[in-house]
Design a protein around this ligand. Structure first.
Ligand SMILES: Nc1ncnc2c1ncn2[C@@H]1O[C@H](COP(=O)(O)OP(=O)(O)OP(=O)(O)O)[C@@H](O)[C@H]1O
Ligand SMILES: [Mg+2]
Length: 274
C-alpha cells in the first residue's frame, strides 16, 4: 500500500533557477496568483496535452512554493492522500500522505485527473476547500489548519469523462475554475519550437496540420491531436526523421486504432502537404 502512494507522487522540489517554460495563453497566470493570494482552490479543465501540468509546475516555481503532485486513478482513496499507519520494524507509525504533507508544510497539492479518484476523496477535500481550510485526520485525531501558502489545485479532462465521473456541484463550486484549450497557431508554434528546437517555419506547418486534424474531433476521434504530440512530432523531425514518418508516428498512430479513421487522417495530411 505504501508503495502505491509513493508510486503516484512526484514531489517536485524544483531548485533550478528558472521556472519550467510555460507560454501563457490567456489570463491564467494572473488567475493562479490571485487564487493563491486569496487562498482559493483552483480547478483546471482541458483536453489532454494542452499544458495543465506544465502550467502548475511553472506557477509553483514562480511563487517559490513546493509542488506535491498526485496522479489520481480509480483506486485512489482518501487515505492515499491523507496517510495511514504502517508497520515499521515492529512499530506502527503514522505516515503522512501527499495532501497532509502539503497542508503541514505548505505548498501546492495538485490532484491530476481528480474525477478518477474514489468518492471518499471528496470528503477530505470539502473542509479544505471552503473557508475553514482544515484537514481533519480521523485516524490520528488531529485537526490541521492549512497555512497561508497551502493551495489545492485539481484538474480533469471533461472530454473523455462520462457523466458518472463528473464532479458533483457541491465539489466543483468550491473552486475557481479555468478552461484550457489549445493555443492559437502562433502561440502553439512558439511552444513547439521552444520545446523541440525545430525552426518556426516547419513548426507552423505542423501546427496548421494539427488544426485541420482537430476538426475531425467528435466525428471520428475522441480527442484532437495535442500540443504534446506536436512537440513529439517536431522533436522526431528535428532529430532527423522524415516529415511523413514523424507525422505518422506522432500525429496519427497515437490518435486511433481504427483503420478508416487513420485513412481519414492520412487524407487530411496528403491534402495539407500535397
Ligand atoms: N502553454 C504551454 N507552454 C509551454 N509548453 C506547453 C504549453 N502547452 C503545452 N506545452 C507542451 O505540451 C506538453 C504537454 O503538456 P502537459 O503535460 O502540461 O499537458 P496536460 O494538460 O497536463 O495533459 P494531461 O491532461 O494529459 O495530463 C508539455 O510537456 C509541453 O511540452
Ligand atoms: Mg497533466
Amino acid at each position: 500500500m505504501a508503495q502505491s502512494i509513493s508510486d503516484n507522487i512526484a514531489n517536485f522540489a524544483d531548485t533550478s533557477n528558472s521556472a519550467p517554460y510555460y507560454e501563457p495563453t490567456a489570463n491564467e497566470c494572473q488567475l493562479f496568483e490571485q487564487a493563491f493570494k486569496n487562498k482559493l482552490p483552483l480547478l483546471l479543465k482541458g483536453p489532454t496535452g494542452c499544458g495543465k501540468t506544465r502550467f502548475v509546475a511553472h506557477m509553483a516555481h514562480k511563487l517559490g512554493i513546493p509542488l506535491h503532485t498526485v496522479s489520481c486513478h480509480d483506486d485512489l482513496s482518501a487515505s492515499d492522500l491523507t496517510g495511514r499507519y504502517l508497520l515499521k520494524g515492529g512499530d506502527t507509525v503514522w505516515v503522512d500522505g501527499p495532501l497532509t504533507r502539503a497542508v503541514r508544510e505548505g505548498g501546492i497539492c495538485y490532484l491530476d485527473e481528480v474525477v478518477e479518484a474514489r468518492k471518499d476523496v471528496t470528503v477530505v477535500l470539502h473542509p479544505l476547500t471552503d473557508d475553514r481550510r482544515i484537514l481533519p485526520l480521523e485516524r490520528t485525531g488531529e485537526l490541521l489548519q492549512a497555512p497561508d501558502n497551502f493551495m489545492l489545485v485539481v484538474s480533469y479532462n471533461p472530454g473523455y469523462q462520462n457523466m458518472m465521473k463528473s464532479l458533483k456541484p457541491s465539489t466543483r463550486q468550491r473552486f475557481v475554475a479555468a478552461e484550457f484549450d489549445f493555443p492559437d497557431a502562433g502561440t502553439e508554434a512558439r511552444i513547439v519550437t521552444t520545446e523541440s528546437g525545430l525552426d518556426l517555419d516547419r513548426t507552423l506547418g505542423l501546427v496548421r496540420l494539427a488544426g485541420k486534424l482537430r476538426e475531425m474531433k467528435g466525428q471520428d476521434l475522441e480527442e484532437g491531436v495535442s500540443t504534446r504530440l506536436l512537440v513529439y512530432c517536431a522533436t522526431l523531425i528535428q532529430s532527423g526523421m522524415s516529415f511523413d514518418e514523424a507525422i505518422r508516428h506522432a500525429m496519427i498512430e497515437p490518435l486511433t486504432d481504427d483503420l478508416d479513421v487513420k485513412q481519414g487522417l492520412e487524407e487530411v495530411v496528403r491534402v495539407s502537404f500535397g
